[in-house]
Ligand binder design. Structure first.
Ligand code: AMP
Length: 225
């Protein structure tokens, strides 16, 4: 076991919560702190769509509508990524699993690989703020930095503080897709809270605070005593 694995409470850290809760921001900060990969299934699917692979193009239609991609497709890409050597001592999953079927698939995989139970960080936010969090989100296409026009705006109108690039909206951060994403979360993803609570691996994190404060809390939760 490496030094990194010894400092983490679990090899598989899962960032869980509704769209717009800040999973990506927190997952990124923890990945940097521990030097482990940040695996975002949404980002992998967007990358496949940008490269216009058959899988990417099929997924894009569903993503643009705010619908989930099938369990089979998403579980296969997650498993392939986790199998790479850089995940040997630990990894972060952001946006996976999103259904009970995916959670069962992941449990079986972790078991098979002798990696133990996951640790699930459930980032809770006031549902009233979700629309602003998603509608206000802007991303730098050059460095990937995430802003929010309401809560964390750039210094100058819609350009990145770091590199001056014009910020963009994600294709699925429009009103129609946002509503579908919140619906999918409620019906298909939210049941995972009970699934993981019963297994005693879920930690509640108050996400309605400044991102740095949330990060400090999350780092405490994932660090082994
Ligand atoms: P995200 O970047 O996590 O918000 O994901 C963007 C979109 O990718 C989602 O709205 C889904 O269409 C798709 N997606 C990402 N992860 C999953 C998953 N675990 N299961 C099904 N669809 C997913």
């Amino acid at each position: 076991m490496t030094a990194v694995a010894k400092r983490l409470k679990a090899q598989a850290l899962l960032f869980f919560g509704p769209p717009g809760a800040g999973k990506g921001t927190q997952a990124h900060a923890v990945a940097v702190e521990f030097g482990i990969p940040h695996i975002s299934t949404g980002e992998m699917l967007r990358e496949a769509a940008r490269k216009r692979t058959p899988l990417g193009l099929a997924a894009q239609v569903r993503m643009d509508r705010g619908e989930l991609v099938s369990d089979e497709v998403v579980s296969a890409i997650a498993a392939e990524r986790i199998a790479r050597p850089d995940c040997a001592s630990g990894f972060i999953l952001d946006g996976f699993p999103r259904t009970i079927g995916q959670a069962e698939f992941l449990d079986a995989l972790l078991d098979e690989q002798g990696r133990g139970k996951p640790l699930v960080l459930y980032i809770q936010v006031n549902s009233g703020s979700l629309l602003k969090r998603l509608g206000g989100r802007r991303i730098c296409p050059v460095c990937g930095r995430i802003y929010n026009m309401y809560f964390n705006p750039p210094q100058h109108d819609e350009v990145c503080d770091a590199d001056g690039a014009r910020l963009v909206r994600r294709a699925d951060d429009n009103d129609g897709a946002i509503l579908h994403r919140l619906e999918s979360y409620t019906t298909l993803t939210r049941p995972l809270i009970e699934y993981y609570r019963e297994r005693k691996v879920l930690v509640d994190v108050d996400g309605d605070r400044a991102p740095d404060e949330v990060t400090r809390d999350v780092i405490q939760w994932v660090t082994a005593a």
